[in-house]
Design a protein around this ligand. Structure first.
Ligand SMILES: [Zn+2]
Length: 226
């Protein structure tokens, strides 16, 4: 196997998993990492049943995965629920991969503006008593929280996968680059913006944007999945 194919990265499927499944058959990666926005109407492992057992399947969530209780359940209660990479570092095919799912949300934290809340407890405790919920709504669960991103900085990794883009993209956020620098990562792979591109940010960190339904290898090449 070509070493650059040992891990493949899948851009937002939005309900179409065929290109990813074809790539697994063609390139036989040790692992695939899905970059969010699945729009699931059946559990994730059912969508991917053709490749379950052929490769490891890891994922982060995108904003769409919090849009409805059903889409959320089919990811977070799926048989692959434990393979989420959000807010931790996981060794996959010999590489340490860090994950940051979700999006920046104005009512939580929209960098470079300061965060509206220190953490989830701070937010929950400041809701009016008559509308106080003990659990976060899905909208807030989709958000990137300041304290959680800061905590991730104390870990080390080789690759960072995110749904949002770092500052390499005109719609990206420099705080993701700051996170990558703190963690010592060499590469960032992200989805969300539906664009294949390669870029560079500070510390020579290479950024690969993976378009919707596209599949990229470790070098950032877009694979032919026809
Ligand atoms: Zn998205």
């Amino acid at each position: 196997m070509n070493p650059q194919n040992k891990i493949l990265f899948a851009g937002d499927p939005h309900g179409n998993f065929k290109p990813l499944i074809a790539a697994v058959h063609d390139y036989k990666p040790e692992a695939v990492v899905l970059l969010g926005d699945y729009d699931l109407d059946i559990p994730l492992e059912v969508c991917l049943q053709e490749i379950v057992g052929l490769t490891q399947i890891w994922w982060i969530a995108g904003n769409h995965d919090f849009e409805t209780p059903s889409k959320h359940k089919h990811l977070f209660d799926s048989a692959l629920a434990d393979n989420g990479l959000h807010l931790k570092v996981t060794e996959i095919a010999g590489l340490r991969i860090a994950g940051l799912g979700g999006i920046f949300l104005g009512r939580v934290w929209y960098p470079p503006q300061p965060p509206k809340w220190r953490d989830k407890q701070h937010y929950l405790h400041n809701q009016p008593a008559n509308s106080r919920h003990t659990a976060l709504s899905l909208k807030y669960k989709a958000a990137i929280w300041y304290d959680e991103l800061e905590a991730l900085k104390s870990l080390k990794a080789d690759i960072l996968v995110t749904h949002e883009a770092p500052g390499s993209h005109r719609h990206g956020f420099d705080v993701i680059g700051d996170l990558a620098v703190a963690m010592g990562v060499k590469n960032i792979f992200h989805g969300h913006l539906h664009e294949n591109y390669a870029g560079m940010i500070k510390n020579n960190i290479k950024v690969v944007g993976v378009a919707d339904r596209a599949v990229a290898d470790l070098m950032g090449n877009t694979l032919n999945t026809a």
